[in-house]
Design a protein around this ligand. Structure first.
Ligand code: ATP
Length: 242
């Protein structure tokens, strides 16, 4: 028998008051996958993330995580199950140090022992040596790229089973974007399942297992990263080619 996907979203409808932002989105993420949600401004990417995190209610549809219906579960309870969204880059606590920011990540999902905490922290510092060097620096004084690393590091401290990243490359210089994507691949390669929202199609598609293209609140195309990278319509719309 086939194992159920880690995340399965069926016909998700979400709106803001009377404005409907998602018109029946369905997608799945298998265990161990890196899946990308690609779309232009206003396509509904952030709305999808917020709904999955439990920050926006569904008008209709179903979210199943690890075989369990979480459609109506509160955000903090989803975090306890391991559904963790990293705050956007500027979402770090600006007045707190790097260390304090990372510790906030474990707040919702506590460690069973001091040793487990230390091991996790060491792992995050291995992934992001820059954070280790800057443990005592306050978040607000760090560069955009460093703040993005801190935001991801903080989410990792919650030991996500599904890590959700909303446009981690936004506003960063090309060199830093490369670096962030490399680390995202590394985190995935080390076993964390990731759902990534991106506008940076080239970088995201070249590293993702599968992707969904979202247009005005609907999934219009899905396939492997490689297939979508080679798709003429995708090239034209998202890669500025042809
Ligand atoms: P971006 O990359 O620009 O953030 P997105 O793909 O994440 O775009 P969403 O932010 O999810 O898109 O927006 C989807 C639709 O929902 C848009 O039409 C947007 O105007 C609308 N929307 C988003 N947030 C709100 C809100 N708080 N109130 C009303 N409408 C909203």
């Amino acid at each position: 028998e086939r194992e159920s996907p880690l995340l399965e979203v069926t016909d998700m409808i979400v709106g803001y008051g009377r404005i409907r932002a998602l018109h029946g989105v369905s997608l799945r993420v298998e265990r161990g996958e890196l899946v990308t949600l690609l779309g232009a401004n206003g396509a509904g990417k952030s709305t999808t993330m917020r709904a999955l995190s439990g920050l926006l209610p569904l008008t209709a549809g179903r979210i199943v995580f690890d075989g369990r219906d979480i459609t109506r579960m509160k955000a903090h309870e989803r975090v306890k199950l391991g559904v963790v969204q990293a705050p956007e880059g500027r979402g770090v606590f600006p007045g707190m140090t790097v260390q304090e920011n990372l510790d906030m990540g474990c707040y919702a999902r506590k460690f069973e022992s001091k040793q487990a905490y230390t091991e996790r922290l060491d792992w995050v510092f291995d992934l992001f040596p820059r954070l280790a060097e800057r443990r005592t620096q306050v978040g607000g004084t760090m560069s955009g790229g460093e703040q993005q690393m801190l935001a991801i590091g903080r989410a990792l401290m919650a030991r996500p089973r599904l890590l959700m990243l909303d446009e981690p490359s936004m506003g960063l210089a090309p060199m830093v974007i490369q670096q962030i994507f490399r680390i995202i691949s590394e985190i995935n390669a080390q076993g964390t399942t990731i759902l990534l929202v991106e506008q940076n199609a080239q970088q995201a598609l070249s590293r993702t297992d599968r992707a969904y293209i979202l247009e005005t609140g609907e999934v219009t195309k899905t396939g492997t990263g490689a297939a979508l990278l080679a798709d003429p319509a995708v090239k034209h719309a998202y890669l500025g080619v042809g």
